[in-house]
Design a protein around this ligand. Structure first.
Ligand SMILES: NC(=O)c1ccc[n+]([C@@H]2O[C@H](COP(=O)([O-])OP(=O)(O)OC[C@H]3O[C@@H](n4cnc5c(N)ncnc54)[C@H](O)[C@@H]3O)[C@@H](O)[C@H]2O)c1
Ligand SMILES: [Zn+2]
Length: 356
């Protein structure tokens, strides 16, 4: 088993990565079992595929295990669903010793993590990510939260899990578009942090059927763990993880959430940011083309007609959420991301021609 430390003082924890890990989970969790209630937060399809058996195994091993089902889709990250989960926990007799296992992609992760952060002022939880995106990104770093009508993730908390368990075998049942979405974030780690990793993923994308997922997950987790350890509260370096996200978020909002997946949108966003970096003289023509060609190896969905005014509206909204300053991430050479506060809306709009 590969383990990666997320070093955060008294909130430090370990990411465990191993194929077939799910079978060993009751054994690995047993040292945390003091007879408290365990609540698995997951979704119907995952409960049928994986959680039912896992839950039975926990009970067999002496855990007081319970399942709470949340809906599929982004709308599960709402006050309504949050309230339903905490009310069910009260009905089960949960207390401050209860431990949550969030089982699924970023949606159960963000909602279940936010419940853990707030139920009785905070209880322990573990992340068991099952989408590629959640394995390499959302399960690490402690960001939890729900959405408001005014925008995504506007209510939340940074609250670290006690551990993260990644079993790459979950990917066998994941729809291919979700794989592509996760690959978008994996390419991002190479672009912002590790040029050689970017080259190896780019080569791997030539034969998607034999893509080295386990290796790519490990390296991505190492990079995210290192960045988060250095800057848990996103005051500086953690912001570089938002490479491609200004345009990406605007594309998601413009198309309507659910039409384009997060990682697909940021893949397009990274092409725009690469072009902007090149315009600023920070990224060579050769590196800019390499980034673009690597991203276009992904089977991305068609964007259709992009309405500049609407994209700009969402970029301004993003800016408002960043205290009025747009922290735009550019590349000062491949593998080296920096933050710029000077990127104009005009430059962003011009960059859209790269993806049209
Ligand atoms: N907290 C963070 O740091 C962070 C970072 C990035 C994204 N996010 C959030 O993550 C969410 C997106 O996460 P996501 O892309 O994982 O989506 P998701 O959780 O909605 O999962 C996508 C779909 O895949 C299904 N699924 C999950 N695992 C499966 C498996 N192994 N086999 C078959 N089907 C499976 C789910 O049931 C769901 O229908 C967004 O809400 C986003 O805001 C959070
Ligand atoms: Zn992202």
């Amino acid at each position: 088993m590969k383990t990666i430390d997320v070093k955060l003082g008294d909130r430090s924890h370990v990411i465990h990565i191993e194929s077939g890990l799910l079978k060993r989970l009751p054994e690995l969790l047993s040292k945390y079992n003091q007879g408290q209630k365990w609540v698995i937060v997951s979704q119907k399809s995952l409960i049928e595929k994986y959680v039912s058996v896992f839950h039975s195994n926990l009970i067999e091993d002496g855990f007081d295990s319970h399942i709470i089902e949340i809906p599929e889709g982004e709308h599960a990250k709402s006050f309504r669903e949050y309230q339903k989960v905490v009310n069910q926990m009260m009905n089960l007799g949960c207390d401050r010793s209860t431990t949550i296992l969030v089982f699924g992609g970023g949606v159960p992760g963000d909602l279940g993590g936010f419940v853990a952060a707030t139920f009785m002022r905070g209880i322990d939880y573990f992340q068991i990510p099952t989408t590629l995106l959640s394995m390499v990104d959302s399960s690490i770093g402690g960001k939890t939260g729900i959405n408001l009508d005014a925008g995504k993730n506007l209510v939340g908390s940074i609250y670290q899990p006690k551990g993260i368990f990644i079993d790459p075998e979950f990917l066998a049942t994941l729809p291919s578009e979700e794989i592509v979405s996760g690959l978008g974030e994996i390419l991002k780690y190479g672009a912002i942090y590790d040029k050689e990793f970017l080259s190896s993923i780019s080569r791997g994308l030539d034969e998607l059927e034999s893509f080295p997922f386990s290796e790519a997950i490990k390296r991505s987790c190492e990079i995210k763990a290192e960045v988060v350890s250095e800057d848990e509260n996103e005051k500086g370096r953690r912001r570089t993880l938002n490479f491609g996200h200004t345009v990406g978020h605007a594309l998601e909002a413009h198309s309507g959430y659910g039409k384009i997946r997060h990682g697909e949108a940021i893949a397009y966003g990274m092409i725009c940011s690469g072009w902007i970096s090149n315009e600023l003289g920070l990224l060579s023509d050769e590196e800019t083309s390499f980034l673009k060609e690597s991203i276009f190896k992904l089977p991305l969905p068609e964007l259709g007609d992009l309405k500049t005014g609407s994209i700009l509206h969402f970029i301004k909204r993003d800016k408002k959420h960043q205290s009025g300053v747009l922290h735009f991430i550019v590349l000062n050479g491949l593998g080296n991301a920096i933050i710029s506060n000077k990127i104009t809306e005009e430059l962003i709009v011009n960059s859209l021609k790269e993806i049209q």
